[in-house]
Design a protein around this ligand. Structure first.
Ligand code: MUC
Ligand code: MG
Length: 382
């Protein structure tokens, strides 16, 4: 007897607002809370899948906000996926791309829930749908961004002493270049050879700032600079990549495989910060990895400071890449003042560990979700 086809029945998207453990000071804004969009898809056989779409600092980091992500999902994506076959993620991606231009984070959240549902129905970890994991943990960076050098130094020492992180990414670009470099130098000296210091400028420098900013960073032993100039300036990024020994990483400039191809062709980066959300989903993020791998560009698992849901999904994907040359920064859940998973992800020995079990391999703490749900139980059903 032919098996009845499992279908997509209902898509839910909720904004969950969780305070951060401290202010997170970035070039463009200071975060006191993180707002993520939690997607749940219910399928006709009773199975479920969960996904997450998250950006940083409202609309200050990129073109999507929690509110736009939720509305794109509920108003435009959910209707075109209603009743569609549950197991055909590629077909669902085509339908989403047909109905909605851009809105990568919204698409990524829905796609993640589809992959999670598929993997759960098959009883396999999400990584298996991408060919299987070749590692079970990844070295994980921590971002020092309290806004005060002395506080950052204390935090770095605590991370080293507890063996949680020994790669530190410093958020700079808010202050004059000279002050930023003095700040990085103070932290680099305090950390010494116990850890590695990297920076993220979040596009804040002009090309001129970046020319001597990168030289200054090289001189103090900083090993990597992320998106020193605006992501659309691939010529500037290419110049900096060619002219400096410090590794230049692309982040905001990457919005999926097309931009990754352009960056690779222009040799506009030494490293790709691959982000599932920014790439438009796990499948597209895998394609960004492939572009980097083919072009000899190093890979780094980037984050949009997701909760444990998006973090675990990204971890599954990055576990399948040949080499994660520069490790990852999948520390999002640790910046949240409250854990929203029933069992937290494991961070130990300077690495983040792949959770076990089918799908993304995580379970929500439903009480916490209810508590931090912006609109209560009535918000966000389709
Ligand atoms: C970014 O620009 O990479 C990642 C870590 C962090 O602290 O902020 C982010 C976003
Ligand atoms: Mg970045």
């Amino acid at each position: 007897k032919a098996k009845t086809l499992t279908r997509i029945e209902q898509i839910e998207a909720k904004i969950i607002d969780v305070p951060t453990i401290r202010g997170h000071v970035l070039a463009m804004t200071t975060m006191l809370a993180q707002s993520f969009v939690l997607v749940r898809i219910r399928f006709s056989d009773g199975s479920e899948g969960i996904g997450e779409g998250t950006s940083i600092g409202g609309l200050s980091y990129g073109v999507e906000s929690p509110e736009s992500i939720r509305s794109a999902i509920l108003t435009y994506i959910a209707p075109v996926l209603a009743d569609q076959p549950a197991d055909n993620v590629n077909a669902a991606i085509q339908r989403m791309d047909m109905a909605v231009k851009g809105n990568n984070i919204a698409k990524a959240a829905v796609e993640m829930a589809l992959w999670d549902g598929l993997a759960r129905r098959q009883g396999v970890p999400l990584a298996d749908l991408f060919g299987g994991a070749v590692r079970t943990s990844i070295p994980c960076a921590w971002t020092l961004a309290s806004g005060v050098s002395a506080k950052d130094i204390d935090e770095a020492h605590e991370m080293l002493d507890t063996k949680r992180h020994n790669i530190f990414k410093l958020k700079i670009g808010k202050r004059p270049v000279r002050e930023d470099i003095a700040h990085v130098e103070a932290i680099a000296k305090a950390v010494g050879d116990r850890g590695q210091i990297r920076v993220d400028v979040n596009q804040a420098w002009s090309l001129h700032d970046a020319r001597w900013g990168l030289s200054g960073l090289e001189d103090i032993g900083c090993t990597l600079a992320e998106q020193p100039v605006v992501g659309s300036d691939r010529a500037g990024m290419a110049e900096l990549t060619a002219a400096h020994r410090i590794a230049v990483m692309a982040d905001e400039g990457l919005s999926g495989p097309v931009s990754a191809m352009a960056y690779a062709c222009d040799r506009a980066a030494d490293v790709f910060a691959v982000k599932v959300a920014q790439s438009g989903g796990l499948k597209r993020a895998r394609e960004v990895c492939a572009m980097g791998e083919a072009a000899g560009i190093g890979l780094y698992g980037g984050t949009m400071l997701e909760s444990g849901v998006g973090t675990a999904a990204a971890l599954h994907l990055f576990a399948t890449a040949d080499r994660m040359t520069f490790g990852c920064e999948l520390f999002g859940p640790l910046l949240f003042a409250e854990e929203i998973l029933a069992t937290p992800l494991r961070y130990s020995d300077f690495e983040v560990h792949l959770p076990e079990g089918p799908g993304i391999g995580v379970t929500l703490d439903e009480d916490k979700i209810a508590r931090f749900d912006r609109d209560g139980i009535q918000g966000g059903l389709r």
